[in-house]
Design a protein. Sequence first.
Length: 341
Amino acid sequence: MDCYALTRALVDLDSTTGHEKPVVDYLFSHLSGLAAQHNGRLERMSAAPERDNLLLIFGDPVVTLSTHMDTVPPYFSSSDDGAYIRGRGACDAKGIIAAMIASAESLLRTGTRNFGLLFVVGEERDSSGAKAAAVSPRGSRFLINGEPTQNRLALGSKGALRYEIIAKGKLAHSAYPELGHSAIHSLLDALRDIRAIPLPSDAVLGQSTLNVGTIHGGRAPNVVADEARAEIMFRLVGDAAPLRAAVASAAERNNVEAREVLHCSAVHLSAMQGLATTVVAFTTDIPTFNGAWGKPFLLGPGSIHDAHTAEERIDKKELRDAVGIYAQMVRQLLATGVAAS
């Protein structure tokens, strides 16, 4: 199956986070033939019940190509307009999976071994697959992580700090608000203070940012709300400790709970000779791997601006070019063990 057909086959399988099994089963079957043909070792690595990572190794892996199998909702199937393949996961990251597999096939045809493919679950929510893989490394010295960077090597990516902000109140009739306490008012006051926190910047990664992603609460317009909550996310460019302290202070002042849900560190990455570079604001599995699968690099076809949208797509030329770029990176790292330009 060619790279375009494999991309569409993967996109046509709904694998939103937590429900990756259809694409895991498909890839396990698809990769079994490649493993048998080239004396590879294919295994499922449990990340959670009914949620497996996939690992395919040829020889003793020095370099591992890795990306994630899950997607964000809502699911929609593939189409091809000649220039782009469209559909959920086209660029984030099923096209990348297809490019990595095609790259592995091209490497094997020339007798290249000592590399692996690692496809994980859960990246879009909590990096559960990368967490499981990090405690079961296989000796790899270099990790090429695939995310949409338009085939440019990322010199860094921002981290993430996500909270759930929870406010409790007291029910009352809205005609007599003095008899109750509005959780929504407390939540809004806390969010006001959190939004006023000064955000740091970094010379490479740029400005840290904050997004208030969801707000829920209350029962009816004529009822004083007894519960409200919001989900917020900082995109980190450095140490999370000052932001943690500021959020805790805002929560205490407004009598709400700030429950930390996720933390991924910002990372600075290396260049590689002959590859164009960029800097990205999104978060990846790289901090969660924590070096267990080797020194990380970040590159993939597609634009992050198309990911997570109703128009998700991947440029077919970029997809084709990525096959050669991944093979080039693997050969260089195998031959020299040197990446920096």
